[in-house]
Design a protein around this ligand. Sequence first.
Ligand SMILES: Cc1cc2nc3c(=O)[nH]c(=O)nc-3n(C[C@H](O)[C@H](O)[C@H](O)COP(=O)(O)O)c2cc1C
Ligand SMILES: CCCCCCC(=O)C(=O)O
Length: 364
Amino acid sequence: MEDEPVNIREYEEIAKQVLPKMFFDYYNGGAGDEYTLRENMEAYRRIMLRPRILVDVSRIDMSTTLLGYKMHSPIMVAPTGMHKYAHPEGEVATARAAAACNTLMVLSFSSSRKIEDVASSCNAVRFFQLYVYQKREVSATLVRRAEEYGFKAIVLTVDTPRLGRREKDIKNKLILPQLSNLDGLVSVDVGPKGGSDLEAFASQTLDPSLCWNDIEWLRSITSLPIILKGIIAAEDAIKAVEMGVSGIVVSNHGARQLDYSPATISVLEEVVKAVSGAVPVLIDGGIRRGTDVFKALALGAKAVLVGRPILYGLAAKGEKGVKSVLKMLQSELELTMALCGTTSINEITRKHVQTEGEKLRSLL
Ligand SMILES: Cc1cc2nc3c(=O)[nH]c(=O)nc-3n(C[C@H](O)[C@H](O)[C@H](O)COP(=O)(O)O)c2cc1C
Ligand SMILES: CCCCCCC(=O)C(=O)O
């Protein structure tokens, strides 16, 4: 029998072996020099844990809620496009795995399976991620469909007025499958082929004029709560709260948009302080270990989202692989909680971590 992967890095290796290079690079790559891509992960390594001892940890409860929805743990599935590159069942397999792990999935606007198919595949709580297209009616149609099919919130991505420069995709001349949600609404045929079809498609569809006033437009077409994904500055977090959003995701889009933007974990605290409890603050980017999840919670995140690890699991073993990745992160978090002397999510505090700045100051 083949050895079972024991961590996310091993799942990444399998994904690299089984996927065509073009698709693995699309999943794994970042923007520009990929500096932020490395930093998203490295920044977690610079944070140390401060365990407390002699606490009864025979029972650990990782459960939490988001917008009133209960989850087994604060580890959610981030919206990532085109799961059919990884597995023929695409987002349906991912959704079933998320449901089996009792967690919440955010379905991408650019999914390769239809909203309706994902909704009918299993009984899970799902949010819908939104891109705003120049043809607003396309975006509005998908919002209405998501609402009709039981999605519980709209996650508006705000870091993508244009697509980041992803040089691997340009070199590989990334091809784009028809995105089922857009059937009959938009064609992905981008004309004569040059570099990345995704880049060409994005430049023909994304609305670069999207701005704060458009939150009102979104509110006029849906009664679902709105979460903004892609905030990394306190000023924007404050503005988002003033605009009445229901949550914020500290995200740099997995370092696929603006290279040399900061690692998300390094700005989490600034955003959490600015928001001062008004709305839940989530985070994604670079989370590969249960210890990373613990560190994000200690710095004030309500929950985390994971992107690429889900795709590695999907590529390696379909639904079973996604389930295994989620369970692996959940059990790593549970062990970290036990070894840090925390028995519930609320017990994880700022005092359980030491940042690099604090480490340096303690040496002075
Ligand atoms: C292949 C891929 C596709 C993505 N597609 C979307 C998307 O459609 N919408 C979106 O808001 N974010 C998208 N993202 C960003 C993720 O939601 C998330 O911010 C990021 O993956 C988190 O970083 P991680 O991959 O290191 O966990 C995508 C990321 C990847 C890797
Ligand atoms: C029209 C924009 C497509 C974006 C595709 C998915 C995505 O966000 C990514 O990072 O890739």
